[in-house]
Design a protein. Structure first.
Length: 40
């Protein structure tokens, strides 16, 4: 099971994939998880 560390929280990779599959997009996902756009 792969975990993606996001800020101070840890999100399952599946959750991230679901966000992208739902069409939220990388930027929206990054904003939701407070990830700097440069990281993506």
């Amino acid at each position: 099971m792969v975990l993606v560390e996001v800020g101070q929280s840890v999100v399952h990779e599946n959750v991230a994939l679901k966000w992208l599959i739902k069409g939220e997009g990388y930027r929206t996902f990054a904003r939701h998880c407070a990830i700097p756009a440069e990281v993506i």
